[in-house]
Design a protein around this ligand. Structure first.
Ligand code: PLP
Length: 437
């Protein structure tokens, strides 16, 4: 029996995990599962990495905590120096926090503070329909998931949402194949004009959408067109790379696929691969300079945590030494091909999409009309449970930008996943879907 003292929203009994190794997790009864989603698309370097644990423990035994606003440390500086050349920003400056929502919250404040420091009172941030940027108030404001937002709407202010590139349910179907980028850019332009160009502080989006719509890769000309609109209006670009950063899509950061050089970037899942709750808000040198001049005041008790820095540094070393970003690209292609093969003829398959080891499978009631399932059918919950019965752990995504709920399986195994494990993931997912549909 599970402890009644752990806050739980109910639903299926949670598996009690005992330990993990590589892409596998083992429960207290000794049963092994393939961690096909790296938890919540977090674990890049794999489970059971003693060298990362040892780096964290060594730092904690020297000193576990100093307050980040008053003290620095060698480990934090080494971490920043090692990470900086890998980031897709000009002259990046990193602000370590405790997770993705804190990173987004920090970036939103930085964007507004940047404009204030330049004498401009810009109060709106534009996000995208169907997006997910976190569960705190600011992050939920810019998120576009209607169901998550609805109860808190009275608290959610200072945001607007524009269209999302989502080929399977494109808001501009007449432009396909391949012509929607310009229409998304026009929609953003129109929204900025309607709000008043002097009011928009920033545009926030995932370079490749993850938890919101699920592994949607935009057309190659989307980001150049969007960035041009933003630059013309002095709107800062925030690339939310909480899910896509640190190798997940086969490059260090997903911005690289599109030549995107954001002004701010957020990270938080692969950053420390789950070994420590480490998020990052990153700003470009010019933004940093303006914030400094403006006297930006911000901070959390656990910002700039030294054990977080030691853990993040150890994770970077593993990613580099074992060439795991390349592995993510390679195994991502294998996983995509295996899913397409195994899901051939399986009922309810709408779309299979993704880049690197971020892959999504959208399930629909009718593949012809692309009509989603009714909410009451609880399809995604049942499929997750069925996949688990086949020893494959997957993660739910949303997969509908228009306020309806979609059913999406999100796959994001650790980059150390072997060829055989990739094939077993695809077969287990197909078997789980067949059991339910
Ligand atoms: N941004 C994106 C793109 C995410 O996927 C998430 C979490 O799924 C967040 C922000 C929020 O991160 P956290 O759950 O660590 O607060």
């Amino acid at each position: 029996m599970a402890s009644p003292h752990v806050f739980s929203r109910g639903g299926a009994e949670r598996v009690r995990i005992d330990h993990g190794h590589g892409a596998q997790l083992v429960d207290v009864e000794g049963r092994s599962y393939l961690d096909a989603a790296g938890g919540a698309v977090v674990v890049g370097i794999g489970h059971g990495r003693t060298e990362v644990v040892e780096a964290a423990a060594a730092q904690a035994s020297r000193v576990a905590y100093v307050h980040g606003s008053s003290f620095s440390s060698e480990v934090l500086e080494e971490y920043a120096d090692t990470l900086a050349p890998l980031l897709p920003l000009d002259d990046p400056r990193i602000y370590p926090v405790s997770g993705g929502s804190e990173a987004v919250e920090s970036a939103l404040k930085m964007a507004r503070a940047y404009h204030l420091a330049r004498g401009e009172d810009r109060d709106v941030v534009i996000g995208r329909q169907g997006s997910y940027h976190g569960n705190t108030r600011g992050a939920l404001s810019v998120s576009g998931r209607a169901g998550l937002r609805r109860p808190y709407l009275p608290w959610l202010t200072g945001f607007a949402h524009t269209s999302t590139p989502y080929e399977y349910r494109c808001p501009y179907p007449d432009t396909h194949p391949g012509g929607c980028a310009q229409r998304h850019a026009e929609a953003l332009e129109q929204q900025i004009q309607e709000l008043g160009p002097g009011r928009v502080a920033a545009f926030i989006a995932e370079p490749i959408s993850g938890a919101g719509l699920g592994a949607c890769v935009p057309p190659d000309d989307y980001w150049p067109a969007i960035a041009e609109v933003c630059r013309r209006h002095g709107v800062l670009v925030i690339a939310d790379e909480v899910m896509t950063g640190f190798g997940r899509t086969g490059t260090w950061f997903a911005s690289e696929h599109f030549g995107l050089r954001p002004d701010l970037l957020t990270a938080g899942k692969g950053t420390a691969s789950g070994y420590w709750p480490l998020g990052l808000a990153v700003v470009s040198g010019p933004v940093h300079e303006t914030l400094r001049e403006g006297g930006f005041v911000h901070g959390f008790t656990y910002s700039h945590h030294v054990v977080g820095a030691a853990t993040g540094l150890a994770v970077l070393r593993v990613l580099e030494r074992e060439r795991l970003v390349e592995a993510s690209a390679r195994q991502g292609e294998r996983l995509h091909a295996a899913l397409r093969r195994e899901l051939e003829g399986v009922p309810g398959i709408g779309d299979v999409r993704g880049r690197g080891l971020l892959q999504g499978v959208e399930l629909v009631a009718d593949p012809e009309t692309r009509e989603p399932f009714e909410r009451e059918e609880r399809v995604i919950e049942r499929v997750l449970e069925a996949c688990r019965e086949h020893d494959v752990l997957v993660y739910p995504g949303n997969g509908c930008a228009d306020g309806r709920r979609g059913d999406l399986l999100l796959l994001g195994p650790p980059f150390v996943v072997t060829d055989g494990e990739v094939d077993r993931i695809a077969a287990g997912v197909a078997a789980g879907i067949r059991d339910v549909l």
